[in-house]
Design a protein around this ligand. Structure first.
Ligand code: SF4
Ligand code: SF4
Length: 292
């Protein structure tokens, strides 16, 4: 089973536009959107959800006002400032509660419930490019690394069930917990970057992360003609560190037009830009496929 992860180090590089084009070009694959904090593949792929499952993770404290005798112990003990008191009425702010359970343990009248927390939902879906696994966390919810691991496991099981041999995932920007959860054990990471100082800086950070976990990685320089000096610096960095340069793509307004039409670039057009994207995909698959 081949697992290819598209990442970027920072947002706004065109990662998801290219991931959607690769999802269009790929064969025998499951699509997986691991950008669980701000997913957007669904805007292009228009998935039809076949299974919806609640994502439950951690706990939250909830005061039962009928049992509370307003002793104030929970306010005193909470280190996160999550307990509020107004006119001797105590309540807990769910956005501040870290689920540490201290208040539950110290409440003298057992007035604090500690239910599991519903943090979002995840889905099995059908799309015109193939089956898809994806999710949506509720705003402000955490544990996205846990959800990423769950989605990857589901994508692998689905691929096995359907006899598919490729998982193509759109990852999260940055280098935080969800990116680390996305990276571990993948066949190949494809880093989409842009020729700006922040693009190069964040690309280097995520490339170092790939190196740290011994994940083979390569680079796509998107909008390469915006700043040729930065573009050359990214190319030189990749060369020095041994990362494959999968390709350089110029800035092309076709990306925006394809987006407006909710289509992948390669689906929307067969112009020179789309052909370059297809050539890059061929290189990626060539590098990711084990030699028999
Ligand atoms: S510790 Fe329990 S009884 Fe005391 S204020 Fe908090 S919820 Fe109410
Ligand atoms: S569970 Fe912990 S963080 Fe949440 S209100 Fe109680 S003491 Fe504060």
């Amino acid at each position: 089973m081949i697992e290819i992860l598209i990442i970027s180090g920072k947002g706004g590089t065109g990662k998801t536009s290219l991931a959607a084009a690769f999802a269009h070009l790929a064969k025998n694959h499951v699509i997986c959107d691991l950008d669980v904090d701000a997913p957007d593949m669904h805007l292009i792929l228009n998935p039809e959800n076949t299974i919806k499952t609640d994502f439950v993770s951690g706990h939250e404290a909830v005061i039962d006002p009928d049992k509370c005798d307003a002793c104030g112990k929970c306010l005193e003990m909470c280190q996160y400032g999550a307990v509020n008191e107004t006119d001797s009425i105590f309540s807990i702010d769910p956005l501040k509660c870290e689920g540490c359970k201290v208040c539950v343990e110290f409440c003298p009248v057992n007035a604090i419930d500690f239910p599991e927390k519903h943090c979002g939902s995840w889905y099995h879906s059908d799309t015109r490019f193939g089956p898809m696994i994806h999710a949506q966390l509720f705003p402000g919810e955490e544990n996205s690394g846990l959800l990423v691991s769950l989605l990857r496991k589901e994508a692998k099981e689905l691929a096995k069930q359907k006899g598919l041999d490729l998982i193509l995932s759109d990852g999260t920007p940055g280098i935080g917990c969800p990116v680390i959860a996305s990276l571990s054990g993948v066949t190949l990471a494809v880093i989409v970057t842009e020729p700006t100082p922040s693009g190069r800086h964040d690309m280097e950070r995520v490339a170092e992360l790939c190196g740290h976990f011994n994940i083979p990685a390569g680079i796509i320089i998107n909008k390469c003609d915006l700043n040729e000096k930065e573009s050359a610096a990214i190319e030189a960095y990749g060369h020095e560190k041994g990362f494959t340069l999968f390709g350089k793509l110029p800035h092309d307004p076709i990306i925006t037009r394809a987006m407006i039409n909710a289509q992948a670039i390669t689906e929307y057009s067969d112009n020179e830009f789309a052909k370059q994207v297809a050539e890059i995909w061929d290189r990626i698959i060539h590098v990711a496929t084990p030699i028999k």
